[in-house]
Design a protein around this ligand. Structure first.
Ligand SMILES: NC(=O)C1=CN([C@@H]2O[C@H](COP(=O)(O)OP(=O)(O)OC[C@H]3O[C@@H](n4cnc5c(N)ncnc54)[C@H](O)[C@@H]3O)[C@@H](O)[C@H]2O)C=CC1
Ligand SMILES: O=C(O)[C@@H]1CCC=N1
Length: 274
């Protein structure tokens, strides 16, 4: 029988994962989503035919897996409200919230529960997500496999064995989509300066990124080798890449990702103390 999965929260992340599960054949009747208001639940009910509920406690009562998909700022209230039911039911819990440690979540839910922390990203919305997962000691091998299956419905899954590494995952893939969107903006602006219409420059930049990503994914060659294959000696790419290296692009990326991981650690402290 398919596992019964309850999503607490029915926003972007929950909808993305629910959509992927349905596409993979998970029965809609085994999925429930909650939200304080019916207005937020109507879209997921109409689109996927899943069960919905405005009562979090009632919705987790028969669940094998509970996915916590609310904003970090409301997580404490949500976890404390579910504490007694979760302690009785003991489902696998998967939190997709940024910057909330297993220690804080366990404390709010009464402790000792099988908990997976997950850092997904927004391309999950189009089935091309990348997620980092970390399991607490209470999680069984079977539950790990269940969490993998659930997140693989919307993309790539990578497990990390130390919780602190989720901050590094946040810096690479959680926040990463924004770095590439910034690159698209920069390439569009530069393309316009060189005389292209904005829409043309944007479409070319986006398709180029898609092509480069597909090549890097499908090829046996390293990104460095693939880069060198574009760089004809004395040619145009060499000139551009040399410029980026001399201007310190690698250092900028490293500093930005350091700042990102540091902010994740800061948020964990701020939110854990609330
Ligand atoms: N947006 C992003 O790039 C990423 C987001 N995340 C995490 O995913 C989580 C969810 O984010 P989104 O889906 O973007 O947020 P969202 O705002 O789209 O969805 C949150 C949902 O929670 C519901 N909600 C609020 N209070 C509730 C309560 N007391 N009980 C039940 N439901 C309640 C809201 O009605 C809404 O449906 C956050 O914790 C965020 O940190 C993680 C990685 C990336
Ligand atoms: O910017 C943030 O805080 C969240 C976490 C990863 C992506 N968005």
């Amino acid at each position: 029988m398919a596992s019964r999965v309850t999503f607490i929260g029915a926003g972007n992340m929950a909808s993305a994962i629910i959509g992927g599960m349905i596409d993979n054949g998970h029965p809609a009747t085994a999925i429930t989503a909650t939200s304080p208001s019916d207005a937020f639940l109507a879209p997921v009910h109409e689109r996927y035919g899943i069960r919905t509920n405005t009562d979090n406690q009632a919705a987790v009562r028969d669940a094998d897996i509970v996915v916590l998909a609310v904003k970090p700022q409301v997580m404490r209230e949500v976890c404390e409200g579910l504490r007694d039911t979760l302690q009785r039911q003991r489902p696998l819990i998967i939190s997709v919230a940024a910057g909330l440690t297993a220690e804080s979540l366990q404390a709010w839910m009464g402790g000792g529960l099988p908990l997976v922390r997950c850092m997904p990203n927004t391309p999950s919305l189009v089935g091309a997500g990348a997620a980092g997962l970390y399991a607490t000691a209470e999680v069984s091998d079977e539950q790990r496999a269940q969490a993998t299956e659930l997140l693989e419905a919307v993309g790539l899954v990578e497990w990390v064995e130390q919780e602190a590494l989720l901050d590094a995952v946040t810096a690479v893939s959680g926040s990463g989509p924004a770095y590439f969107f910034l690159m698209f903006e920069a390439m569009e602006e530069a393309g316009v300066k060189l005389g292209l219409p904005a829409e043309t420059a944007r479409r070319l930049a986006i398709q180029t990124a898609l092509g480069a990503a597909r090549m890097a994914q499908q090829s046996e060659l390293t990104p460095d080798r693939l880069k060198r294959n574009v760089m004809s000696p004395g040619g145009t790419t060499e000139r551009a890449v040399e410029h980026m290296e001399q201007a310190g692009l690698r250092g900028i990326v490293a500093d930005a990702m350091d700042a990102c991981a540091a902010r994740a650690r800061e948020m964990a402290e701020e939110l854990g103390q609330r």
